[in-house]
Design a binder for this molecule. Structure first.
Ligand code: SAM
Ligand code: SF4
Ligand code: SF4
Length: 330
């Protein structure tokens, strides 16, 4: 029988980055199209349809070769479709078409585009306007109105002038879940406005538990502002997650992690994430991204101390895999 493939991510995702639209999640470099003018939204749709049909015909785009998310159709585990009758609608939209930010984290992988310039007031994306594209995608019936999950990433959404109109457009069309990643420096009143109307997941990258370490990592002296904003967010009916990226030689110690966990306990935050800086070039030895031995102690301590404090200590699966392998590239 002729082989036929599908990919759940390809069927579901439109990931708007600065220079390209990816048909894949933000952690992989899947197939993409250079960002066309909004008036050429049809090009985004045309390429998406082409890729889905290509897989259905058993041809694998080179960006997808060897990807573990690629499935043979016979083993299809969810919502099947026949491309001749109906294309799947996109139900995950990732908004990261801007890189401007009101801080400049020393680890940030997006900063190579914004050149570490700190922006304080909302402004247009340096790349393109997304709102007309989203409106056209709704008009063309490409977005799944019942199941849509929107992730705001970036850059920092507090300095994007399109944030509110984009959010309003998604809300008007019945978005099911809104995820906002932010540094927490500026309070976003929009979060309280939508909190009772849809599921809202707010993920704040604080990376520290005190003012001095915050300033070293985020390069702005805004720790107290973040703490004040967290105290407001914690009262809302949202999923509030605090995030800590281990940055070598800056916050990668038991003392610093202790301050972070104590801070969560003090504010009443129940959900936390611990990650590894993926851009730390000093880890690279013989082309591999080695994890230092003491990181295993830090993860163990984090899990135990969070458990004592009644905080959910999340470690993403891909971080667990990296820790198991001992490096990023093996
Ligand atoms: C680029 S930021 C954009 C959203 C927002 N400004 C923030 O900081 O949450 C999205 C996520 O990428 C993470 N990130 C950025 N650089 C990273 C790195 N070098 N290693 C691991 N995660 C990183 C941030 O911690 C953040 O959670
Ligand atoms: S097969 Fe892999 S690389 Fe290709 S779109 Fe799916 S998840 Fe992305
Ligand atoms: S707050 Fe987010 S976008 Fe801004 S520099 Fe830090 S990680 Fe990058």
């Amino acid at each position: 029988m002729k082989k036929s493939y599908y990919c759940k991510r390809l069927n579901e995702t439109l990931n708007f980055d600065a220079l390209k639209v990816f048909y894949c999640c933000a952690t992989r470099t899947g197939p993409s199209i250079d960002v066309p003018e909004p008036k050429h939204v049809k090009d985004i749709i045309k390429k998406r349809n082409f890729l889905i049909k290509q897989l259905d015909h058993g041809q694998i785009p080179h960006e997808c070769e060897g990807c573990f998310d690629l499935k043979e159709k016979e083993h299809q585990e969810y919502g099947g479709f026949k491309f001749f009758t109906k294309m799947p609608k996109a139900n995950l939209i990732i908004v990261k078409h801007f890189k401007q930010c009101d801080c400049a984290c020393i680890y940030c992988c997006e900063q190579y585009l914004s050149k570490r310039k700190i922006v304080l007031k909302p402004q247009k994306s340096d790349y393109y306007d997304l709102l007309p594209i989203i409106k056209e995608l709704y008009k063309q019936n490409i977005i799944d109105k019942k199941e849509l999950d929107v992730h705001f990433q970036g850059g920092n959404i507090s300095v994007l002038d399109e944030f509110e109109p984009l959010l309003n457009t998604f809300m008007e069309n019945g978005v099911k879940r809104v995820e906002i990643a932010t540094n927490g420096i500026q309070y976003l009143p929009q979060i309280a406005q939508i909190a009772n109307r849809t599921f809202v997941d707010v993920n704040i990258s604080i990376d520290s538990g005190c003012r001095e370490t915050f300033r070293k990592i985020k390069t702005v002296d805004k720790f107290d502002d973040v703490v004040e904003n967290l105290k407001k967010y914690v009262k809302l009916p949202i999923l509030l997650r605090l995030k800590y990226i281990l940055v070598r030689g800056v916050n990668d110690s038991i003392d610093e992690l202790t301050k972070y966990i104590d801070l969560m306990q003090e504010i009443g935050i129940k959900n936390s994430e611990l990650m590894i800086d993926q851009c730390d070039n000093e880890f690279i030895q013989n082309g591999e991204f080695k994890i230092p031995d003491y990181y295993y102690e830090l993860f163990k301590f984090y899990k135990e101390k969070c458990a004592q404090a009644g905080i959910e200590a999340n470690i993403w699966d891909y971080i667990k895999k990296i820790l198991d392998k001992g490096s990023f590239f093996k």
